[in-house]
Design a protein around this ligand. Structure first.
Ligand SMILES: Cc1cc2nc3c(=O)[nH]c(=O)nc-3n(C[C@H](O)[C@H](O)[C@H](O)COP(=O)(O)O)c2cc1C
Length: 185
């Protein structure tokens, strides 16, 4: 697939087939994350991968009250908690760049997955404390996002449709609204 086409066709997938992702494909996805750039090349990303359906179901029920809106993850064959070791991060301009670093790395994984027909969905709605406790993560780690990965189910559930309809997922602001050419009127 052409790269622009890949980006244009990618969308959040919330309904998955139960088929597991072959290790070779999963490794390619993780490799795409590993290759990402990071501030001072500190590579603060750490990934916790869940592949066992029972573990994933338990995780979905243990991700805190906020996570209940994301119960759809329980049916994904793979779940990745994208974490940052904050002790490795760079702080400049009062910004914690480990968040940027992990976001770049995760989006590379999302695109690499889509290139192999694997859908995913960024998720911020979970309780970080609950997730950290459940996954027994070190103190210095932050859970930046959680993402289910899997082959898209043809039929979308009402729930999946609603979660995509609510934020107007297909809409993007036009370039005129987001780009300002300095010095031009
Ligand atoms: C940082 C981030 C957090 C998100 N959190 C959630 C979430 O908790 N639950 C959910 O269903 N979708 C979540 N989304 C998905 C967005 O709703 C979706 O990306 C947006 O509506 C655009 O739709 P698209 O991904 O289909 O293009 C999140 C996306 C991002 C980038």
């Amino acid at each position: 697939m052409d790269f622009m086409e890949l980006m244009a066709s990618r969308h959040s997938v919330r309904d998955f087939l139960p088929d597991p992702i072959p290790d070779e494909v999963l490794n390619e996805i993780l490799e795409a994350g590993r290759l990402a750039p990071s501030s001072q090349n500190r590579q603060p990303w750490r990934y916790v991968v869940l592949k066992d359906p029972e573990q994933i179901k338990k995780m979905s029920l243990n991700s805190g009250l906020l996570g209940l809106s994301n119960l759809f993850i329980r049916k994904a064959p793979c779940l990745i908690a994208a974490c940052a070791d904050s002790s490795k991060g760079l702080r400049v301009n009062a910004q914690d760049y480990y968040l940027v670093d992990v976001a770049i790395s995760v989006q590379q994984m999302v695109l690499a997955a889509w290139n192999r027909g694997v859908g995913s969905c960024w998720m911020a709605a979970y309780n970080e404390k609950a997730v950290k406790k459940y996954l027994d993560l070190p103190k210095s780690w932050r859970v930046v996002a959680m993402l289910p990965f899997g082959y898209p189910a043809e039929k979308k559930t009402v729930y999946g449709k609603a979660l995509s309809f609510f934020p107007g997922s297909k809409n993007r602001l036009p370039l005129e609204k987001i780009v300002r050419y300095f010095g031009e009127h």
